[in-house]
Ligand binder design. Structure first.
Ligand SMILES: Nc1ncnc2c1ncn2[C@@H]1O[C@H](COP(=O)(O)OP(=O)(O)OP(=O)(O)O)[C@@H](O)[C@H]1O
Length: 291
């Protein structure tokens, strides 16, 4: 299969996922971002727009600043310079009080799930609910938590379990349930499939796509997983040289001649991921003359 053969089809498929009514809306806009640790600059004049309704994959070599970028957007890292607008509000300048109405519109799944080990899954899901809605009655908290647990594909009885009683895949789902506790519009996922076996990872990808589509989420997804990029990302942003050097669909990125992009997307692992994605699409297509 040549690059040409999947080029047009993939651009069409990728574009398909971003609902037309969201055209021109950018829940995240970043301009001139600079982050330094001492003399070491992680980001220099970084710019990025995330479109509403898309799953944006964020890739880059180790240490290029993907997690620092995410931490800057959610206010855990104060940038040295630049502006980050989330839902039109510049969060870099804002007083804590001013961003309250913004912070409860996003959910975060940190690397490894970051569940509280002394709390059950249901109690973990209730943490952000209690933080933002302290007036909610315990019975309602329990009902919301039970719903989120099932929404992420966990069995109902997982709600009463402690993180140590869950498999790696279940922990990720529990972390996702907590990230979805506040019905966010924006979801941040930091390497969600890391540590999962390929089948578990593919299932988690499917869940992410399904939830994004049904709940109308915008997803900022940091990953090293090429299968995830091909399977569910509408666009991919590439971090290198302290900036976002390119953002687009995979076929669009393949047209750029940056050496890291070429090596990453034309390497044997990427080709295998692309081929497997193509085979999956072919199997999904209805057979001519079939029932
Ligand atoms: N709190 C900190 N203090 C000092 N340096 C830091 C801090 N946080 C991150 N860094 C540095 O910033 C750089 C970017 O880190 P970051 O974790 O964002 O990379 P990454 O792209 O997410 O990497 P990986 O793919 O390996 O997870 C690294 O060199 C890291 O050592």
């Amino acid at each position: 299969m040549s690059d040409e053969s999947y080029h047009d089809e993939d651009i069409e498929a990728a574009a398909h996922h971003v609902p037309e009514q969201f055209d021109g809306e950018y829940p995240i806009r970043i301009r001139g971002l600079i982050n330094r640790f001492g003399d070491f600059a992680v980001h220099e004049d970084l710019n990025l727009d995330v479109k509403r309704g898309e799953i944006l994959g964020v890739v880059g070599g180790s240490g290029t600043g993907k997690s620092v970028l995410m931490r800057s957007i959610i206010g855990l890292q104060v940038p040295d310079e630049g502006n980050i607008e989330v839902f039109g509000k510049d969060i870099t300048d804002a007083e804590p009080d001013e961003v309250i109405g913004v912070r409860d519109r996003w959910g975060v799944l940190f690397q490894g799930g970051a569940l509280f080990s002394t709390l059950t899954v249901a109690e973990n899901v209730q943490v952000p609910l209690k933080q933002f809605y302290p007036e909610l009655k315990q019975q309602l908290l329990n009902e919301i938590a039970a719903y989120k647990v099932v929404l992420t594909g966990l069995p109902e009885n997982a709600a009463a379990k402690f993180p140590s009683e869950l498999s790696g895949g279940m922990k990720k789902r529990a972390g996702l349930a907590r990230a979805l506790a506040l019905d966010p519009e924006l979801l941040f996922l930091d390497e969600p499939t890391a540590g999962l076996d390929p089948i578990g990872a593919a299932k988690f990808d499917e869940l992410t796509r399904e939830l994004a589509d049904t709940l109308g989420l915008t997803v900022f997804l940091i990953t090293h997983d090429l299968d995830t990029l091909y399977a569910i990302c509408d666009r991919v942003a590439v971090l290198a040289d302290k900036q976002v050097i390119a953002v687009g669909t995979i076929p669009e990125l393949l047209e750029t001649d940056h050496p890291w992009i070429q090596e990453y997307f034309n390497g044997p692992r990427s080709r295998a991921a692309a081929d497997s994605h193509e085979r999956g699409k072919a199997l999904d297509k209805p057979q001519a003359g079939g029932a």
